[in-house]
Structure formats: C-alpha cells, structure tokens
Design a protein around this ligand. Sequence first.
Ligand code: OFO
Length: 165
Amino acid sequence: MLSKKLEKALNEQVRIEAESSQVYLSMASWAEGKGLEGIAQFMYNQSDEERLHMLKLVKYINERGGHAQVSALNAPKTDFETFQKMFHELLEHEVFVSKSINDLVHVTLEEKDYATHNFLQWYVAEQIEEEALARTILDKINLIGNDKGGLYLFDRDIQQITANS
Ligand code: OFO
C-alpha cells in the first residue's frame, strides 16, 4: 500500500509526464507546419513515449492500492521560433523531468517504500537515455549551423534516430 505522501508525489509525476506528452505534441505540430517532416515525426514519437510513461505510472499507483488521478494540464506554447531553439527546449524539459524523478526517488527512501524505489529505476535509466539523445541531437544541430543542405539531411536522418531509439 502506498503512503499518502508517496501517492501524491507519484500523481504529480503522472501530471508531469502528461504535460511532457503535450509539449512534444505541440512541437510536432509546429514542425509539421514548417514542412520539417522528420523532426515532426520524431516529436510525435516522443509525445507517444511520454504518454506511455504516464500510463505506466497510472497502472502502478492503482496496483499498489492508490488512486491515479487525471488532472488538468498547463497548455504548452505553440510557437517555437526555430527548430534549434525547439531542441534546446527539449533538452531543458528532459533535465527538468530528470530532476522531478530524482525528487520522487528521494520520497521513496523517506517513506521506506523499496518496491516503488525499484519501480522508479526504469525512469531513472530512461532519463539518462533521453538526456543523452537530446544532447546528441544538439551536437548535430551545432554542426549544421545555418546550412540549408545540412538541415535537409538532418530532417531526413532524424527519422533514423527515431527508428533506432
Ligand atoms: Fe522524457 O520524460 Fe518521461 O520519463
């Protein structure tokens, strides 16, 4: 059985994962509107992944005798200015999510809930991967600079990154 404190903290993470899904959906839509098809597909996939992260938490909370809550979400912004800025925001967002996962892991130790501590290790590992992926993409973007041909190839190649991740 989850403690009330941990149930509340896990539900907060449900909201963060749901908002992450919305943020990436908004990024996907913006990129699609700019004709950046590969980038759009990458963001649609990220959005789907975040929804799965959310669902995994929902099921876990209910399985442990808590009540997973579906709460109101903050609307993401709709204009990302440039794709470079957008990917910087993706990294910043993942760093924020990693911090919230860390805080959550801290609560499991305070509450001596080792089952939830164990469950959250999947998220800890996932965040390492997602941050690394975002940094790899930013390195590629820096290499391209303002080269239009480079952007064309990047938009094509990011579909590969999507397929392999
Ligand atoms: Fe990419 O954030 Fe979920 O865990």
